[in-house]
Structure formats: C-alpha cells, structure tokens
Design a protein around this ligand. Structure first.
Ligand SMILES: *Cc1c(COP(=O)(O)O)cnc(C)c1O
Length: 461
C-alpha cells in the first residue's frame, strides 16, 4: 500500500515540474517569473534582495518576515500604468495596504481602491488624494459612506438598492454629488486558468444583469438625479489567466451601456473592468504581461463599442495581486524536518496559516527554496508546513527541496505580497510578521512585527 502510494506520488512528479528540477543543484535555480526582480543567488549561495542578504534580513528583523522588493513593486506599478496609458489603474488595496505602499502607489501615478473604513483611513492617513480613490463593498455602513463623502472619494461603487438610498440621503443632506459606478454581475465566473460564463448570477456582489436589477439601479440613480452616475463596473474574479473571461464580461456590460443609452439617452462616460490578473505562484503558471493584457482588453472594448455605435468610455482596471503579489516573498526559518514513513518529508517553518491562509483557504499552490545557502544534495519532494495546531496548516503543498534541508535553514516562499499579510490572523496567538521593504542595499520596517504585548493589549478582561 505504502509502496503503491509512494509510486503514485512519483507518478505525479512528471506533471508537477520540469524534469530538470530533479537533478542535484537545480533546486538552487530561481525561476525569474516567481521572484521579485532584484532577487538573486549570491556566489556564496544565499539569496539577496535589493543587494541585501536574506541572512542579514533575518538577523536584523527576525523570521518569519514578509520581504518587499521596493524597486520591483514600483516597476510593476509603472508596467501597468504605462501599458494602460489611456486608462486609470486602481491598485486594489485589499491585496495589501499600509501607508508606505499607499505612498508608493501614489508616487507611481496609480489610483487606489479601498473596501472598508479601515482601508480608507489608512489611505487618508498616508495622504492619498481622495478624489483618486474608489470605494467598494457590498455592505458599506452609513458611517463608512459618510466618511467617504466627507473625504471626497472620487467614486463609490454602489452594490445594492439599499446603498443607493443611503448614499442619496447622505448626498442630499450634505449638498454633495458623489460620483458612482454601478457594480454589475455579468454571470462570468473566473477561476485559475479557466472561466465559466453562466446564465445565473448567484453571488452577493453587484446588481444582476440578466434579472434586470442592473438596469433598474442605473434608472433609479438617473431618476433621483442626486448621484453622479459615471459608469458601470464589472469584476469577474481573481487569478485569471484567460482573457476571454474579460471579453465576455465586457460584451455583457456594454450591452447594458447600450440599453441605458437607448432607454435614457445617456452614454455613461466610464467603464471599469475590475482586476483579477493572474500571477505565477509555481513554474506551472504563465501570466500575461500588462502590455498584452492592455492590448487585448482595449481591443475588446473598442470593437464592442464599434458594433453598438457607442463612444468608447474611459476605461479603468483594478489590479491588486498582479502588482504587489510577486514583489514580496516570505522568509521563514526551518524548525523541524520529519520524514514520514518514506512517503513525504515535512519541513516545518516558524509561521504558517496565520501568515498565509491561502493554501488552506483556496488550495493555493506556492513554491519555496532554501534561501540561506545553495545545496548539491539530491532533490526530495517536500511539504512545507507551519507551526499551528491544525493539520491543514500547509504553506507549500509540494516542492523539491534539497535532501539536506535542516533546522536553521532559511526558507523563502515567493508570491506572498497579496492576500497574505492582509489576511493574516493571530491563530494560536502567534503574532503577525513584519513587512520589511528593501531597496538599494538597505532595509526598513514598514509594518512592524506584532508582539505578545500587542496581543495582550486587546485582552482587557
Ligand atoms: C479583489 C478585487 C480586485 C483585485 O483583485 P486582484 O485579484 O487582486 O487583482 C479588484 N476589484 C474588485 C472589485 C475586487 O473585489
């Protein structure tokens, strides 16, 4: 039985990665699409980022730590901004937000999406111009909406009739005219590597296109005449590689644009096609460059508008993961290495599901490499797990690591910039790791490590 399972496991290896990964020494290779741009393996074998050795980072800041390559983050902002030169690029703050990142995004000429009062407060605290912000959410509170209107947030993406009523009342009371987009559910569901176009739209976000709610929302806003209806919004999902999902979404949302024009004589000036552009987490992923995405998406919108004789609206997009995801890796220290009955090697690190819940939550795949040294040992198939009291506490499901991986080694997991720190928890009362930005040979803490005093400070009983 065991031999059979082990055989099955080895049978899986063929599909897991290229054969060259299985020769000694090749576990040291860094596949460029997985790593921030300044990461390299030094002659001594250790990884460096922004010219700083990970050993020095670990000594100075401890582990685990999220390590942000600031030049890489800035380059990704610029890549999107330049590729979508005629569009507004909103960084989706929910992927990772702190004041330093808000400033970087502002300096690189991007707009910013927030989806809660807390994110709004962070953006405002860093001085981000409110008129360049979008505010999302399916259940924004009255207080959150008031704060957004008071601050002068450029556009609020309305998501329900209740919200339209709330916002209309706030606008009347304050004598303002908030800019809004109507979030449309177009019946396109995107997953990694594929999308499905469905007729039904059974989800909590947005107004249904098919059922007529989206048109009714536009009509209601236009009838009231209090809110400034700027356009329609569609976001079909996350980690999308296949742009045909955007194509179907654009076609459907523009059919509503046409319907609004025909019924009301109004051509809405803006169109937001959301975010969700995929990134590489393993060697199996092959994301498109922003320039290719821009070309394809712009072409789809232009040809659909041409067919319907619509003026091409001002386009906006909302990438989060594709901007910050690849700019960060998590640096852990290996604590234990356990060979389980010859089936699998478990490598335990000093973090886990509290700093990266995505593997447990979404069955996400990640990669890893020993970061403190190179090794000539045979590659073994390992599973990287955390230190939490939960057997599903897996960081990297399968990765080839050198057979001599041992306690004290530093391990780096790339692609952890998005939805890792922002979804981090204190499960098992494990304090959340810091975010350390590295640039030009120097590191600085931009989010400090949580301490046990921080945890106890909340415990006032
Ligand atoms: C989450 C989200 C995004 C960003 O998604 P990514 O996968 O990080 O690019 C953009 N727009 C909306 C409305 C979202 O909910």
């Amino acid at each position: 039985m065991r031999a059979h399972e082990a055989g099955a496991l080895h049978g899986d290896l063929g599909s897991r990665g290229p054969a060259w990964l299985r020769t000694p020494g090749d576990v040291n290779a860094l596949v460029p699409q997985l790593w921030p741009r300044t990461v390299a393996r030094a002659d001594a074998g250790d990884l460096t980022v922004g010219g700083v050795s990970v050993a020095d980072l670990a000594a100075e800041h401890g582990t685990p730590a999220y390590v942000l390559d600031e030049d890489d983050l800035r380059a990704r902002c610029r890549d999107f901004r330049d590729a979508f030169a005629d569009a507004d690029v909103y960084y989706a703050g929910k992927s990772f937000l702190c004041k330093a990142v808000v400033r970087i995004v502002a300096e690189e000429g991007l707009f910013l999406d927030v989806c809660s009062g807390g994110e709004l407060a962070t953006a405002l605290a860093a001085g981000f111009p409110a008129e360049r912000m979008g505010f999302h959410g399916n259940n924004k509170s009255v207080r959150e909406l008031e704060r957004a209107v008071e601050a002068g947030v450029g556009r609020i993406i309305v998501d329900s009739f209740t919200e339209i009523d709330r916002l209309t009342a706030i606008a009347r009371r304050t004598g303002t005219r908030p800019g809004v987009l109507v979030r449309v559910t177009v019946g396109v569901e995107a997953h990694t590597h594929e999308f499905i176009a469905t007729a039904h739209e059974d989800q909590k976000f947005g107004f249904s296109l098919q059922g007529g709610a989206a048109f009714a929302a536009c009509a209601k806003i236009l009838d009231e005449g209090v809110l400034d209806l700027r356009g329609l919004h569609s976001h079909i999902g996350s980690q999308i590689f296949d742009t045909s999902g955007f194509e179907v979404a654009a076609r459907r949302v523009l059919s509503l644009q046409e319907q609004v024009r025909d019924a009301r004589g109004v051509e809405l000036p803006e169109l937001d096609l959301g975010g969700g552009f995929g990134i590489a987490y393993t060697t199996q992923d092959d994301p498109s460059a922003p320039a290719d995405l821009a070309k394809r998406i712009t072409k789809i919108v232009e040809s659909e508008c041409d067919l319907a004789s619509l003026r091409v609206p001002k386009l906006s997009i909302e990438p989060g993961r594709a901007i910050v995801g690849p700019a960060v890796f998590t640096l852990y220290e290996v604590g234990t290495v356990k060979d389980v009955d010859g089936i699998r090697t478990y490598v335990s690190v000093d973090g886990g599901m509290s700093d990266n819940i995505r593997t447990a939550l979404y069955d996400a795949s990640y990669s890893a490499t020993v970061a403190s040294r190179a090794s000539d040992a045979e590659p073994i198939l390992a599973r990287v797990v955390g230190k939490h009291c939960e057997s599903g506490d897996i960081v990297v499901k399968d990765e080839f690591l050198p057979a001599d991986v041992q306690p004290g080694d530093l391990l780096a997991v790339p692609g952890t910039g998005a939805y890792c720190r922002s979804m981090a928890s204190n499960y098992n009362h494990v304090p959340r790791p810091p975010v350390v930005a590295v640039r030009d040979g120097a590191s600085r803490v931009i989010v400090r490590r949580e301490t046990e005093d921080d945890l106890l400070a909340l415990d006032v009983g």
